[in-house]
Design a binder for this molecule. Structure first.
Ligand code: AMP
Length: 377
């Protein structure tokens, strides 16, 4: 099977690394010069809205998927007229607009923070009036890695925030005093079967995912089951095919959904070594109509993103259970250039291995403390 992928970044690259052993071939459409997935498939260099390039992709592939959610919906709709596109274009449209997304989630019975949309400066006043202060104001579209959002604590800051976000349609959300951030990855196959990975705990720095711990330590089984049920509700409501990530806040008394990603997700990178079947393998299996694989974890796992930095790979690889992933990108501040996964048979040994990782110059203190706390250290 020839799989077309919109986007050729590290997610596309890891999809191909999972699909090649299944006999799949990959063709990527991406406007960048030498995107990192070009190493593992054919690269069509063109803008996403370039119809000639989309037609070429449609001829070169049997099915199409996408590796990030900010591809133009029109490109996906164009392709869907020529060949199967998974996840379905509706999922992409819903996830591209924070108001649509929260409205959809609530409609399927998944709770979210209070929110109110605003298209004008005056509308923002009213929206914040409705959700209360403090509030988080986010652009409705094109936000990622914490970009396009501001915390508002005082009414007098609203003008500055409206300007700073570019005067575009926004959504005001009630600030959630969460205990921790969680995410859950669920997969739905072509015949409607679903599997769910364990819930993971995430830590962001400057809006960028820095660390994940899998499975989330000390998560009450009821909450884990609830998170997985929410993800499944979203999959069913969208008639979804492929991997979906649901990001959640753990709050007093339960869970609130923050957002969804209609694609493989950074908080699932640990599954490559840490689960029986990786999120990438399960995504290409789903899209390819193959049976889904077992999502069970093999033990305790930590994911540490390399953001603009490149520690010495040899020192990392000396740590038992540590795996090095380099995306072949130039390090720049704030840019994800790779990740390290650390697997261990127990939280105790994971805490020790993370301590060793810190010795390589990687800051993992929050994670080490958590892994340690999970065993009462
Ligand atoms: P997002 O782009 O929506 O994923 O937001 C990026 C990060 O900002 C989240 O991972 C949270 O750490 C924080 N955040 C977003 N929305 C809220 C909220 N309503 N209340 C508190 N923190 C938030």
């Amino acid at each position: 099977m020839r799989l077309g992928v919109l986007g050729a970044g590290q997610l596309g690259r890891m999809l191909a690394l999972a699909g090649l052993p299944l006999g799949m071939e990959f063709v990527f459409l991406d406007p960048q010069d030498r995107p990192c997935a070009a190493a593992v498939g054919r690269h069509l260099k063109a803008a996403y809205h370039d119809e000639a390039a989309l037609a070429q992709l449609a001829r070169a592939a049997d099915r199409v998927t996408y590796e990030f959610e900010n591809v133009p919906a029109s490109a996906v709709e164009y392709l869907a007229r020529h060949l199967p596109v998974y996840p379905p274009p509706r999922a992409l449209c819903v996830c591209q607009d924070r108001v649509e997304e929260k409205t959809f989630l609530r409609g399927t019975g998944v709770p979210t923070a209070e929110f109110a949309p605003a298209d004008t400066r005056a509308g923002l006043e009213e929206a914040v009036e409705r959700v209360g202060l403090p509030a988080v104001v986010k652009t409705r579209r094109m936000g990622y890695d914490g970009k396009g959002q501001r915390l508002v604590e005082r009414r007098e800051d609203l003008s500055g925030v409206w300007e700073a976000l570019g005067g575009v349609p926004v959504v005001a959300e009630a600030f959630v005093p969460f205990r921790r951030e969680l995410s859950v990855i669920a997969v739905r196959g072509l015949r409607g079967e679903t599997v769910c990975y364990p819930v993971v705990q995430n830590h962001h720095e400057d809006g960028i995912l820095r660390l994940s711990l899998a499975p989330a330590p000390e998560l009450p089984p009821g909450l884990a089951a609830q998170a997985q049920a929410y993800a499944r509700q979203a999959l069913e409501a969208l008639g979804y095919v492929g991997v979906l990530c649901l990001e959640l806040f753990e709050v007093e008394g339960g869970l609130l959904a923050n957002e969804m990603a209609p694609r493989v997700h950074n908080s699932g990178h640990w599954t490559v070594e840490g689960a029986q079947t990786s999120q990438f393998a399960n995504h290409v299996r789903a899209v390819g109509g193959l049976p889904l694989g077992d999502p069970s974890p093999r033990g305790c796992c930590a994911l540490v993103n390399l953001i603009g930095e490149r520690p010495d790979p040899a020192s990392v690889l000396r740590i038992p259970g540590a795996y090095w992933h380099w995306y072949g990108k130039e390090p720049r501040p704030g840019r994800k250039v790779g990740h390290v996964t650390v697997c261990a048979p127990s939280w105790e040994s994971l805490a020790e291995r993370l301590e060793a990782l810190e010795g390589c110059g990687l800051r993992v203190c929050g994670l080490r403390a958590l892994a340690g706390r999970a065993v009462g250290r």
